[in-house]
Design a protein around this ligand. Structure first.
Ligand SMILES: C[S@@+](CC[C@H](N)C(=O)[O-])C[C@H]1O[C@@H](n2cnc3c(N)ncnc32)[C@H](O)[C@@H]1O
Length: 322
């Protein structure tokens, strides 16, 4: 039988699974099943970030479209682009011909590693927004060459969902530097970030009663099993753990081995042994102070134009300019 080996998964697994603590980049949570589970998470009662960010986009979408006057929006980690529709509607409205309108073409570039979700969402968007060109790109926003497509006017790069929180401080600084270098002077960056708040609400958002986040996290085991042709690796041997790290103000998701694990990864010809109770780090989700975030943007050469929060002050949306 021929086994299809994903070289990138193999490289990340070899670099991370034998480390202390074992870890795997968060992007591997997002195969097709993982992306669908994440979409389900966004509708859970405990998962406030999507509702809060949606509220800001609903009330500020037209203002953002007017302030940027963009001809292109590039969205990192676009997923299903559900919330992005609020921006697309505002930009489509400006792009439509009319006395008060810009009346010029607008391009939306959703960018994601999750190919199936990206392509199916882009196809529906193209139908729903006939006045907008939808040009999806399958890419990894952590790769060194963060090139953006050229445009006839200002571009706005968009990073929603609090996904910036998945980077540790060094990765975040590196991402902002690469992004600033990819933008031209006069381009914009719109960043959604989850803010520091009550620990109980934060932990509940990553450990819902229905167990959807647990399924999402444990799906990483299934990605490893199928991607690396693993023998002896079972999802049921791992528990989902979500805990708040106060020193680094972040939620951490771990997978804890319920028993001794002895796996053979045929794709990389390696054994993986874990003692019972060993934890694998699968995701960090940093929570921010809005002034610190503005300082990080400025450090990268992105000047804050405006920050909006929802009424409860749970989530922020920051527009900055290169
Ligand atoms: C937390 S979800 C957010 C989805 C959506 N933007 C939202 O706000 O609901 C993160 C998204 O980023 C994508 N993603 C994760 N790591 C990525 C990477 N390294 N490069 C590109 N996309 C990535 C995932 O596939 C997923 O769609």
């Amino acid at each position: 039988m021929t086994v299809s080996i994903d070289d990138r998964l193999a490289a990340d697994a070899v670099a991370g699974l034998w480390a202390d603590p074992p870890t795997l980049p968060t992007k591997w949570l997002y195969d097709e099943r993982g992306s669908r589970l994440f979409d389900e998470i966004t509708r859970l009662p405990e998962y406030y970030p999507t509702r809060r960010e949606t509220a800001i986009l609903r009330s500020r979408g037209a203002e953002i479209a007017a302030a940027t006057d963009a001809t292109m929006m590039v969205e990192f980690g676009s997923g299903t682009s559900t919330k992005t529709r609020l921006l697309l509607t505002a930009f489509a409205d400006r792009a439509a011909p009319g006395p008060q309108r810009a009346g010029r073409p607008f391009t939306y570039v959703p960018l994601d590693v999750s190919t199936e979700i990206l392509e199916s969402s882009a196809a529906v968007l193209a139908q729903d927004y006939p006045g907008i060109e939808v040009a999806p790109v399958v890419a990894d926003f952590t790769s060194p060459d963060l090139a953006l497509p050229p445009a006839a006017g200002p571009r706005v790069a968009v990073f929603l969902g609090g996904t910036i929180g998945n980077f540790d401080p060094a990765e975040r600084a590196d991402f902002l530097r690469r992004l600033a270098a990819a933008l031209d002077p006069g381009d914009f960056f719109l960043l959604g970030a989850d803010l520091i708040k009550d620990t109980g609400r934060l932990v509940a958002a990553y450990n819902d009663k229905a167990g959807v986040t647990a399924d999402f996290n444990r799906n990483m085991i299934e990605v490893l099993r199928t991607g690396l042709d693993a023998q002896g690796l079972y999802v049921d041997d791992f528990d989902h753990i979500a805990r708040w790290n106060p020193a680094l103000h972040r939620i951490e998701m771990w997978l804890r081995a319920r028993r001794e694990i002895d796996v053979y990864f045929a794709a990389v010809d390696r054994h993986w042994r874990l003692a019972p109770g060993t934890e694998i780090l699968t995701e960090i989700s940093t929570k921010f102070d809005r002034d610190d975030l503005a300082a990080e943007l400025a450090e990268a050469g992105l000047d804050v134009v405006q920050t909006w929060t929802d009424d409860a002050g749970d989530f922020s949306l920051t527009l900055s300019r290169r």
